[in-house]
Design a protein around this ligand. Structure first.
Ligand code: NCD
Length: 309
């Protein structure tokens, strides 16, 4: 039996290096697989998605992933068209979805929402983003991208730039990277530094340094992971205005980077990477989004098939 069968994916803290490596080799396999054989993995199965926050890539890549393995999807992408609008609780919505589908993907503004949904649901739950807390399927996709585009994860110097306070993708990414031998540079405005409790926990496991100046470190980095300032999570619009546009990766910055370094971004980007960077060889964020379809198809295939890996 594969160890992911019928299991939830709520936090990367529940995964270890051997589990990551199993997901990566299963992803290699799913990419190479004959399409007809691949469609057997999800045949007759349904993904139910519940997205209580806006999403393009996560929701669509889950749907594309389910189609890739021959399954179907149904769900709620806009809360205003669901019974949530009438006052239905998250618990009841999750209960309903676990009747209509075989596996659930949830995105919700509250920390703890996915863990809660997993307790209620009779079907496995994948966390598609819970508040400012975590986004584990993004981290799996990010690590897979690093592994494919750099050929390894161990030994790399990785810079993480932008909103480190509210960006949930970076918490999952850092917890995931703590399983590897990496050197991390955290670069953010003072007001958007990583949350103190988390850095305390991470520092016990990995080498991390914090700074506000990207220019000082850009030429040393193997991976530059850029994030969006999470405007919607600021309690006060004025605070957002003080930090908006703090970092901008333009061709000048790319010119200072190593030839072999790569730029990643979970997307959506607003103005933190200029569009003329898209054609440079360092830009890998669209490739990263493409890998997300395959890593999600792999997770779904593993969760739905007891004997596949
Ligand atoms: C991220 C998210 O929702 O946390 N988006 C994504 O899933 N790729 C990042 C973001 O919104 O900035």
């Amino acid at each position: 039996m594969n160890e992911f069968y019928d299991q939830d994916i709520i936090s990367v803290k529940d995964l270890d290096k051997s589990k990551f490596e199993k997901i990566f080799s299963a992803t290699d396999k799913i990419i190479r697989m004959d399409p007809t054989e691949r469609r057997e993995l999800g045949r007759g199965k349904t993904l139910g998605y519940l997205f209580f926050e806006p999403s393009t890539r996560t929701r669509l890549s889950f749907q594309a992933a389910m189609a890739l393995i021959g399954g179907s999807s149904l769900g709620i992408a806009d809360v205003s068209s669901s019974s949530t609008k009438k006052g239905e609780s998250l618990a009841d919505t999750v209960r309903m979805m676990s009747i209509y589908s075989d596996v659930l993907a949830l995105r919700h503004p509250l920390d703890g929402s996915s863990r809660f949904a997993a307790e209620i649901s009779s079907k496995p739950v994948l966390n598609g983003g819970s508040g400012t807390e975590e986004h584990p399927t993004q981290a799996i996709q990010d690590l897979y991208t690093i592994k494919k585009e750099k050929g390894k994860i161990d030994g790399l110097k990785i810079g993480i730039v932008g909103d480190l306070k509210y960006g949930r993708t970076i918490y999952s990414l850092l917890y995931a990277l703590s399983n590897y031998d990496v050197d991390i540079r955290l670069i953010s405005p003072e007001a958007l530094k990583i949350r103190a409790d988390s850095i305390y926990e991470m520092q016990k496991k990995m080498s991390l340094t914090e700074s506000t100046n990207l220019d000082e470190v850009i030429d040393e980095l193997d991976v530059v992971y850029v994030t969006r300032i999470q405007k919607e999570r600021f309690p006060d619009e004025e605070e957002y205005q003080k930090v908006r546009g703090s970092y901008k990766i333009g061709l000048d910055m790319v010119g200072k980077m190593k030839e072999s370094s790569i730029i990643l971004h979970p997307l959506p980007r607003i103005d933190e990477i200029s569009t003329d960077v898209d054609n440079t060889k360092q830009a890998r964020y669209f490739k990263q989004a493409e890998y997300g379809k395959f890593t999600r198809a792999t997770l779904l295939a593993l969760i739905l098939n007891e004997n596949w890996q």
